[in-house]
Design a protein around this ligand. Structure first.
Ligand code: TRP
Length: 454
């Protein structure tokens, strides 16, 4: 286990990423990933709390992931993944829902704001913060970099963690770490260009309100020229000139200068000068991100590969928490065991012949080979070891009848049979279509199956 603290953050693919996402969040991730054990997620389950076009959602999900990478998030340092590819988020969310109450969810300001704008209020909007709590708690997250608008949601995640820890958890081995909000050292709040009193948003209906990380230089200049500014002509940095203040804040965030320096640079100049200068600074900042994002989007195979690896890593960690929680709430353990079989139930290939290739029955005993991210050891005739995340290994033998049916499971070294374990292994194996023995005789196969401890 790494001694680094765990950090989790995510952005919804409810629109293309925009300047505020970069300056306020993703830019910081690039530094944070070096210091913390970081997970950066594209939270597509959250996105469907409002209506989405399926094709657009799919495209935006990939584009958001590509933008993370383009901004410098490094999959060799951080776990980058898509939320819906790790089923544990939805599962834990349900369990947490049953530990939450109507009162606390009704008090969420974001729910009140969002639902005020809808004629028919989706249930997903209401339970959205519980899903966010699941995201965070699954990974035993200590730090969550969030803006002001998400603090209340994080508070709920803390309450739910404490509640489950005390109500069903074992005090000597808590179910969840209680997460802390993490205020990044430099985080910028970028406001809408059309309404500088509102935050810049990727889902704003006004196309000129938001600068997207995919915008070209021309578009950026056009949008900034149209930016709403304030009455008067002097360029000063003050709350009663929110439009001008926003442009100065954008420059501060990108250049690292302070607001006084920028104000003095524009002494005696007009709003138009400030707009144009800001546009140039923004365009130069966005250009490399846009170009790299395009490159990642051109090779979707490679992008999907990165995301798959991220989801596998995330899944393994999420399962450790989920199994503990399932046990604590009283779900039947043998079912939990099925998904604990590494390379077993959760990822048992439908046709091992096709996906894993023929099991090696020749070759030197003890030789290893890797396929599909799993490590196999040849243990002798018809026997292979699946060695993933190994902590406990069970030597398991069974027979494949000429019909292809799996029969006679037995566990080596286990004197009294354990019906739960046998049943669970059989159920896992039932998902695998084994090739029928060619010689039409029952064929004995041996596996060593790795089971992670609860
Ligand atoms: N609700 C967050 C937002 O809209 C996105 C999010 C979902 C998130 N799950 C998370 C952020 C977990 C941090 C941690 O900004």
């Amino acid at each position: 286990m790494s001694s680094k603290k765990t950090l989790f953050s995510g952005v919804q693919p409810s629109g293309q990423l925009m300047l505020g996402n970069y300056l306020g969040a993703i830019r910081n991730w690039v530094d944070l990933q070096k210091k913390y054990d970081s997970l950066f997620c594209v939270v597509d389950l959250h996105a469907i709390t409002i209506k989405q076009s399926p094709t657009e959602l799919q495209d935006r999900t990939l584009s958001v992931a590509a933008t993370y990478l383009a901004c410098g998030v490094d999959p060799s340092l951080a776990t980058v993944f898509v939320q819906s590819q790790v089923a544990a988020h939805a599962e834990l969310s349900w369990i947490l829902t049953c530990f939450s109450n109507m009162g606390e969810l009704s008090r969420m300001t974001q729910f009140k704001d969002k639902s005020a704008k809808q004629k028919s209020i989706g249930t997903g909007l209401f339970t959205y913060p519980v899903l966010m709590a699941a995201d965070i708690l699954l990974y035993q997250t200590q730090l969550v970099p969030v803006g002001q608008d998400q603090k209340q949601h994080l508070e709920l995640a803390r309450d739910l963690a404490i509640r489950m820890n005390t109500q069903v958890g074992d005090p000597s081995d808590p179910l969840f770490v209680v997460p802390e909000p993490f205020i990044a050292p430099v985080g910028a709040k970028i406001m809408s260009l059309a309404d500088p009193k509102a935050k810049m948003s990727k889902s704003d209906e006004d196309a000129n309100a938001t600068i997207f990380l995919t915008d070209s230089e021309d578009v950026i200049i056009k949008k900034l020229k149209k930016a709403v500014t304030d009455s008067g002509t002097d360029i000063t940095y003050s709350e009663d000139k929110p439009g001008i203040k926003n442009l100065i804040d954008i420059q501060v965030a990108i250049t690292g200068k302070n607001s006084d320096q920028i104000v003095s640079e524009f002494a005696g100049k007009q709003y138009g000068h400030l707009k144009l200068a800001t546009a140039e600074i923004v365009a130069a900042c966005i250009k490399p991100i846009r170009e790299k994002t395009e490159t990642f989007m051109k090779d979707k195979g490679a992008l999907l590969g990165i995301l798959n690896k991220g989801a596998d890593k995330a899944n393994e960690r999420a399962q450790a928490t989920l199994q503990k929680v399932k046990k604590a709430v009283g779900f039947v353990l043998s079912l939990a065991l099925i998904s604990l079989i590494s390379g077993g139930c959760a990822s048992v290939p439908a046709t091992p012949e096709a996906q894993l290739g023929p099991m090696p029955t020749t070759g030197p005993v003890g030789s290893t080979f890797s396929k599909h991210g799993e490590k196999f050891v040849n243990c002798g005739r018809d026997a292979v070891t699946i060695q993933t995340g190994s902590t406990q290994r069970i030597d398991f033998r069974f027979t494949i009848l000429p019909s292809g049916v799996v029969a006679k499971p037995r566990i080596d070294g286990m004197s009294s049979p354990d019906p739960d374990l046998h049943g669970c292994l059989l159920r896992a194996l039932a998902k695998v279509q084994f090739p029928k023995p060619k010689d039409k005789k029952p064929k004995e196969i041996g596996y060593t199956i790795t089971i992670r401890p609860e």
